[in-house]
Design a protein around this ligand. Structure first.
Ligand SMILES: Cc1cc2nc3c(=O)[nH]c(=O)nc-3n(C[C@H](O)[C@H](O)[C@H](O)COP(=O)(O)OP(=O)(O)OC[C@H]3O[C@@H](n4cnc5c(N)ncnc54)[C@H](O)[C@@H]3O)c2cc1C
Length: 428
């Protein structure tokens, strides 16, 4: 018996040693132990969908590229799937991931706030005064809000009385708490700004998740969807069907209902005031503050124009901009999937530029956005975008993409797998 145990223990040790050796090899390979001099220093600002993906793929594809990622938050919290947290079907832990996967790949991850970019000196400055020099800079800072477009909104958000929940994190928790604290028979109103905003189907998905929660837990309560747009902006027929099939008598959709002012619990529209126990305002949006202060915003005073072959800013050379901050190509949504695709085009182009090689002249990007309409039933919209050399922009490929025929539970499984896959694609 004892010799059997010994043999088992010896075998276990051999396996562990082999595992450690393999792990060591894998680490040496993945972390990109220098095979020669560094081909350049790339600083990436923003560890969200665009920035994290860019940092990872620079290391995977670039070999010996020196990559530093600067992100203000300690961990990544995903907006995709955050509407399920709002509905009570997932927890914050399910949408929160760390940056260890990037670190083990050799990315230097710095938690900090970039306060300035000196494009002439090729340096970024961090709060606290530290500076990071770069050969190429990639910026994926997301969006910030134009709160001044709605009367008294800034103060209402600051006080915590009104929440946006449009950047996942403490706002998601606050919105969920307001909903659970609300008495049965209360009203939840979500105000949707005019397009363009981050995640076109996101507000309608959120309305469904809140209505689903009310149906189960607070059946006398109501959901009001106050849309500044003239109609539902994504998967229209499918959302209309979901509203009618699952939430008749609970959810009311009002088009052309632009929010003008917030006053206490009142949402003031052009011709009426709406009283809401929980007022969830998705504010109008623009490229994030850093894009503005760095002089990158050059379209409609809101968005960043890019050269679509490299994602390099058309305003400031040497800076590549990804994701929601960019002025989109036709029919390109502001989505996490799209930011991930921008990042791959940029990572490949930056490596080629650092090596003095020609960049890929025929890039293709894809997008799929899943939306939960019940806790289990999901709908999707997909598109394929190809670079058009004549017009120097991405265009959708005729006949590609499409939408679900109907909401279904199989796509519910796909949606959760999509999230898991993209989180690992960006963070390792
Ligand atoms: C409710 C909701 C649901 C959504 N669902 C989906 C979905 O199902 N599928 C999908 O594809 N998309 C979805 N989206 C959209 C998706 O979240 C965004 O399109 C995506 O996050 C954009 O990526 P990004 O890299 O541009 O910005 P972000 O992911 O927001 O990343 C920006 C990062 O930059 C950091 N940052 C900004 N400025 C600085 C600075 N000065 N210094 C340091 N760090 C800085 C921020 O902290 C942030 O981490 C959803 C969005 C919402 C709100």
């Amino acid at each position: 018996m004892s010799s059997q145990t010994d043999r088992f223990e010896a075998g276990r040790r051999r396996l562990l040693t082999a595992g450690a050796a393999l792990g060591g090899l894998a680490l040496a390979g993945c972390a990109g132990t220098p095979k020669g001099p560094s081909i350049g220093r790339v600083v990436v600002v923003g560890g969200g969908f665009g920035g994290a993906t860019a940092a990872r793929y620079l290391r995977l594809w670039g070999g010996n590229v020196d990559v530093t990622l600067v992100e203000r938050n300690a961990s990544f919290v995903s907006c995709p799937i955050s509407n399920l947290v709002v509905g009570g079907y997932k927890q914050m832990a399910d949408i929160t991931l760390g940056y260890d996967g990037l670190k083990s790949l050799g990315v230097k991850v710095v938690q900090g706030e970039v306060t300035a970019i000196d494009a002439a000196a090729r340096k970024v400055r961090l709060a606290g005064g530290a500076e990071l020099a770069y050969d190429r800079l990639i910026v994926s800072p997301g969006i910030d809000f134009m709160n001044d477009q709605v009367g008294a909104l800034a103060a209402a958000l600051d006080s915590g009385r009104v929440v946006h929940g449009w950047k996942a994190g403490p706002q998601t928790v606050a919105l969920r708490k307001q909903l659970t604290d609300m008495a049965d028979g209360g009203v939840y109103a979500i105000s949707i700004p005019k397009v363009p905003y981050r995640c076109p189907p996101g507000p309608y998905e959120r309305a469904c998740m809140v209505a689903s929660y009310f149906k189960e837990a607070k059946p006398r309560s109501k959901v009001l969807v106050l849309d500044a747009n003239p109609e539902i902006q994504s998967k229209k027929a499918l959302f209309e069907r979901a509203f009618a099939q699952h939430y008749s008598g609970i959810l009311e959709y009002r088009p052309n209902a632009e929010l003008k002012e917030v006053s206490g619990n009142l949402a003031k529209l052009e011709f009426e005031d709406v009283n809401a126990d929980v007022l969830n305002v998705v504010p109008p949006q623009r490229a994030a503050d850093l894009a503005r202060s760095a002089g990158l915003v050059n379209i409609n005073n809101r968005w960043v124009g890019v050269n679509w072959l490299t994602m390099e800013s058309t305003a400031v050379p040497g800076i590549h901009v990804l994701g929601d901050a960019t002025f989109p190509a036709p029919l390109m949504p502001k989505s996490g999937h799209m930011a991930n695709q921008h990042a791959k085009v940029a990572a490949a182009a930056v490596i080629q530029l650092l090596k003095g090689e020609a960049v890929n002249a025929t890039p293709v990007m894809v997008n799929t956005c899943y939306s939960f309409v019940t806790a289990k039933d999901v709908i999707h919209v997909a598109s394929v975008h190809q670079y058009d050399a004549a017009e120097k922009i991405f265009k959708t490929v005729p006949g590609s993409g499409g939408v679900s025929a109907a909401a279904n539970q199989v796509e519910g499984k796909y949606a959760l797998s999509w999230a898991d896959n993209i989180w690992h694609d960006m963070l390792g």
